[in-house]
Design a protein around this ligand. Structure first.
Ligand code: 5SP
Length: 231
């Protein structure tokens, strides 16, 4: 079942350690078949070195395992909430990549300082609010999805133009037009976080770049109506 999508999802997962975004088994990538309403996701806790197509897990929108001999990733419920809320996305990535996670842990937005950022993300990449004990003690992964969606809405952001978020006290999630495109966005996010950290160290009064320059760069690459992700 979903053999092509499984191959794509495996390739995208294997990109994470290759691009230096992953330590041990941290992080996960999924892809979706919207016609069938099924999601293919990394198995939980399986080493990337040994991961094979047949190890991937197929789940439905309720998180029920439809195929697979492993448990799905522990972050599956977050991926599902994002697919439900953002109808154009076809891939989701979660990592604990160092620089992006530093911003998540500090509870700081990743401010757009230059055109490297503006070529990919149309504004500051938001950090969510801290989740409360009831959310953490309940269905934490599903609530994580809810908080991500709430943050995107509250900030007035278009998820097709802002395919990344920093979850407070946790780490980054990115999404995109395919599993590999979502990984591409995770790689760019990590580079931007590294650059932003040093930018702020060099100039502690630095402000967001000019809106005109930000929008010029983003829209000339992606178009005002274009679905983000055609990197
Ligand atoms: O966020 C977390 C844990 O904090 C996860 O990203 C794990 O680090 C990977 O979990 P699996 O996908 O292997 O279940």
């Amino acid at each position: 079942m979903l053999e092509e999508l499984k191959k794509e999802v495996l390739e995208a997962n294997l990109e994470l350690p290759k691009k230096g975004l992953i330590t041990y088994t941290w992080g996960n990538v999924s892809g979706i078949d919207r016609e069938k309403g099924l999601i293919v996701i990394k198995p939980s806790g399986v080493e990337y070195d040994n991961m094979k197509v047949e190890d991937l897990v197929v789940v439905d929108f309720n998180g029920k395992v439809v195929e697979g001999h492993y448990k799905p990733s522990s972050d599956t419920a977050t991926h599902i909430e994002l697919y439900k809320a953002f109808p154009n996305i076809e891939g989701v990535v979660h990592t604990h990549s160092t620089w992006a996670t530093i911003f998540s842990q500090a509870g700081k937005d990743l401010v757009a300082y230059g055109t490297t950022h503006a070529d990919y993300f149309c504004g500051d990449i938001p950090c969510t609010r801290k989740m409360d004990p009831a959310e953490i003690g309940g269905e934490y992964e599903r609530e994580t999805g809810t908080v991500i969606i709430e943050t995107i809405k509250e900030r007035g952001l278009n998820p097709d133009h802002m395919p990344a978020i920093l979850v407070n006290s946790h780490g980054p999630f990115t999404w995109g037009s395919s599993p590999l495109n979502a990984v591409h966005n995770a790689v760019v996010l990590e580079e931007l976080a590294k650059m932003a950290y040093s930018t702020e160290k060099l100039n502690n009064e630095v402000k967001q770049m000019q809106t005109e320059l930000l929008e010029k760069h983003f829209y000339r690459k992606h178009g005002k109506d274009a679905y983000y992700g055609q990197n």
